[in-house]
Design a protein around this ligand. Structure first.
Ligand code: SF4
Length: 804
């Protein structure tokens, strides 16, 4: 059992008061003096010396941490050694989490934008009733498909988004998206064709590890990344390969660094895959037993001109050949492709070539290799046949509208265009390509609703902004459960009571559902009565209702929240949806759950509710990789016709996108020691690189007349920005980088009140990257943006230009 304490702050139906807060923009108080608790204070808050368990919310690793509170301040933070996955590990960023909880200016009452652009504070009942009426109007006039849902959680908060489904269903909304649709969708489509679902590497055990456009030292993605990287580097029997134009911190530890020319990863990987085929390094035993439909792709790889590919990517041919041999002769290989390639040219082809390399060398469904894992709630659909968007007809890998076409789906007179947008825990006006155009698209919509803890750049363009509880004020979790063969999940208890006036997303979605659909009183009453009798009675009643009313399943999260939620201990109503997910997992993979120590799905659910350091929910042997991917016949088809065509076209494919006007390749969004996503709305969290420097090579610094500390003007085909130069010998000439997470418009605080100043002034530090990016620069298959490959011009900034 954990040592954490649990708040009973979670609301059940009807216990939230209507709020008309006098000041909606409130800097969170460290003492809590502004925030009279609306329920009994949590034990966490009362016991100052208590270490309470939670997780870091800054990247998908969600390292388990322990926190000591001083009032509402996260005064001490350390790794949680009992955490089932991260075992006490954290990077430097976790220690700065108080800046998320207390650094920014919080929103504590719903806002409605008036015709003159100003905001009026309104109470919750008014806000939800007006939004419900307007959503119904859009649905009735234009159809439910015109209502588009975006977001649903970032790096730490997916639990609230799990309650979105019933609202979306009752509205008839069919389209949604989130930031994964500007990163991982091409890979998801390739995974869907090959292994059948999301694949992960086993870097703890791999003899050879290959990171492609990935710097785990800074961007993590591998549990206990820095520890694992150091272990690999220390072991002479293991090899680390890094494919990256930048000599990253991970490349410093690598045995082989393939420092490709920016944007030529496809040629590099095609050459290595070709060597494996041409030199007969294929694992024939694995291929015979498990691969099929390989004729066309093998023929295409036999035709690849390795020398020409080496020349294009700028890597010595012998090095490429030796690397391919090292991979093919290893006992095991794990690979990780990430945004360095997934947000660059030919990203879906790169994904295909990466996976061909590990499949042809027999590195699937075994220790140290690539595997498909279990999931409590998959984050995307793994379909090979793709739905298309309503206006542009763009394919939707993972079932998500590609972020780069959203504006095009709005800025048109097409009758099927999106007319309304519900945005939850996401900031697309800042984080999607071509901010100017995306902001223009938001302005065209009949209704924009934003759910967030602060008034973000997107919230400022919304018709309504609904204030959510922070991630440390409610029950939370992510569905980044990507481990194999032992997969785990952590439900986080609130560390403190919510600020008065905010709501958890589960309550917001449920109330909006009731505004649209009305309260399903008969079903809810039957389920509530059954829940009081126990889980067995609840399950029987739920099954009976589902058998007689086909709409029951589409309302399941709502019904669970309203009926089962109030019976859960310590006010954990927001966790009710997990009961359904545990049931679903147990029904499909009972032995895996039992091997993890849970006799029934209710046992698993109870463990999740009580174990604060996380729970292993499935344990498998490696053969299960075939099952989770739906490859029960243990065969993988290698044939993805459009990508084989792209491979054969590679000799004629454009490899350089810089021009005389824009001669530099700009990385828009480099991960650094003090970068994070934009949930930190407080610039003071950074200990170094506080202004977000532009990194350029020494050669470019000298050629451009931009020494360290000079102010550079960066111009692309979409806009200009300025940043202070840092000379970085990790970069090759012609390559430059700006960090992610900067350029937010943050309210200037009044030092006397520690709240937003009354004149509404903002300050912006660093470059808002998407003022420079171009939504048209995107992958041919998945439409993922080229944020890491942006042609740009860099020059000394005129004296009149300020930084930013
Ligand atoms: S790796 Fe660092 S940023 Fe990521 S979750 Fe862990 S502590 Fe947070």
């Amino acid at each position: 059992m954990s040592d954490t304490t649990i708040s009973d702050a979670s609301p059940s139906e009807g216990d939230l008061p209507s709020v008309t807060a006098p000041a909606s923009l409130t800097r969170s108080s460290a003492t809590g003096s502004q925030t009279r608790a609306r329920v009994a204070p949590s034990e966490n808050a009362a016991a100052e010396e208590t270490w309470s368990k939670t997780a870091c919310i800054l990247c998908e690793n969600n390292c388990g941490v322990q926190v000591q509170l001083d009032g509402r301040r996260l005064s001490k933070i350390r790794g949680d050694k009992e955490h089932v996955r991260t075992h006490g590990y954290t990077c430097n960023k976790a220690l700065r989490l108080d800046h998320y909880q207390n650094g920014g200016v919080r929103l504590t009452t719903p806002l409605r934008r008036e015709i003159d652009g100003t905001y009026t504070e309104i109470d919750w009942d008014t806000a939800l009733s007006e939004i419900g009426a307007r959503l119904k109007r859009v649905r009735d006039e234009h159809g439910g498909s015109s209502i588009f849902f975006y977001g649903g959680g970032g790096q730490g908060n997916h639990l609230g988004g799990a309650y979105r489904g019933p609202l979306q269903h009752i509205l008839g909304s069919k389209f949604r998206s989130n930031p994964l649709a500007q990163e991982k969708c091409g890979e998801a489509w390739v995974d869907a064709h090959l292994a059948g679902s999301h694949t992960v590497g086993d870097f703890e055990h791999a003899e050879v590890s290959m990171f492609i456009g990935k710097n785990p030292w800074q961007s993590h993605g591998v549990a206990r990344a820095r520890t694992v990287l150091k272990q690999i580097a220390k072991d002479p029997a293991r090899t680390m390969i890094v494919v990256d134009p930048i000599r990253s911190e991970t490349a410093d530890l690598a045995d082989i660094h393939l420092q490709v020319r920016p944007g030529t990863d496809a040629w590099c990987l095609a050459a290595m895959a070709a060597v494996i085929v041409q030199d007969d390094l294929i694992d024939h035993d694995f291929a015979h037993r498990h691969l099929r439909d390989g004729e066309k792709v093998l023929a295409a790889l036999r035709d690849v001109d390795v020398s020409a590919c080496a020349a294009t990517c700028g890597i010595d041919e012998d090095v490429l050949r030796d690397t391919a041999v090292r991979i093919a002769t290893a006992r095991s290989l794990s690979t990780y492709e990430d945004l360095g390639v997934q947000q660059g040219p030919n990203s879906t082809l790169v994904s295909y070539l990466n996976k061909l390399i590990w499949l042809l060398t027999g590195n699937f469904a075994k220790e140290g290799a690539m595997n498909v894992h279990s999931s409590l709630a998959p984050l995307g659909a793994y379909d090979t046949e793709l739905r298309r968007t309503p206006v542009t007809g763009t394919p939707m890998p993972a079932g998500l509208v590609p972020c780069n076409v959203i504006a095009e789906e709005i800025l048109t007179d097409h009758p099927d265009r999106f007319r309304a947008m519900m945005i939850d825990s996401a900031n697309p006006a800042h984080s999607l390509a071509d901010s100017q155009r995306f902001q223009a698209a938001l302005a065209e919509l009949e209704l924009v609703v934003v759910i967030d803890i602060a008034l973000t750049e997107t919230g400022r363009l919304a018709d309504y902004v609904l204030p959510a509880a922070s991630q440390f004020e409610k029950w939370e979790a992510t569905f980044f459960d990507f481990e194999f063969p032992h997969n785990s999940f952590q439900l986080r208890a609130p560390l403190m009571d919510p600020l008065p006036g905010v709501m958890p997303e589960a309550e917001i979605y449920s109330r909006l559902f009731e505004e649209i659909a009305g309260v399903p009183r008969r079903r809810r009453a039957a389920l509530r009565a059954a829940a009081k009798l126990g889980r067995r009675a609840f399950l029987a009643t739920f099954i009976a209702l589902a058998a007689t009313d086909k709409t029951t399943m589409s309302k399941a999260p709502y019904l669970l929240y309203r009926a089962l939620g109030p019976t859960l201990p310590h006010g954990a109503a927001q966790a009710a949806v997990l009961w359904g997910l545990c049931l679903k997992l147990f029904r499909s993979h009972p032995e895996a759950v039992k091997r993890a120590g849970h006799r029934t799905f209710n046992d698993l659910f109870d463990s999740i509710l009580t174990e604060r350091s996380g729970v292993v929910f499935s344990s498998d042997d490696y053969d299960a990789s075939w099952v989770y991917g739906g490859r029960n016949e243990r065969k993988i088809s290698l044939d993805i016709a459009p990508l084989i065509e792209a491979l054969t076209q590679l000799p004629d494919t454009q490899a350089t996108f810089t021009t005389e006007e824009f001669p530099i390749v700009l990385v828009a969004g480099q991960r650094r020691s003090f970068t994070a996503n934009t949930i930190f709305r407080d610039n003071a969290w950074r200990k170094s690189d506080t202004g977000g420097a532009l990194r350029i090579s020494l050669e470019d610094s000298q050629a451009l007349g931009l020494p360290a500390g000079a102010l550079a003007l960066i111009t692309t085909n979409r806009g200009s920005a300025s940043a202070v130069v840092e000379v970085d010998d990790r970069l090759r000439s012609g390559h430059a980088a700006l960090p992610n997470g900067f350029g937010l418009d943050l309210p200037v605080k009044d030092p006397a009140t520690d709240t937003a100043s009354s004149d509404g002034a903002d300050e912006r530090v660093g470059v808002a990257l998407n003022m420079l990016t171009d939504a048209k620069l995107r992958d041919a298959f998945s439409a993922t943006p080229w944020h890491k490959h942006l042609p740009a011009r860099i020059e000394p900034a005129p004296a009149s230009v300020p930084a930013g």
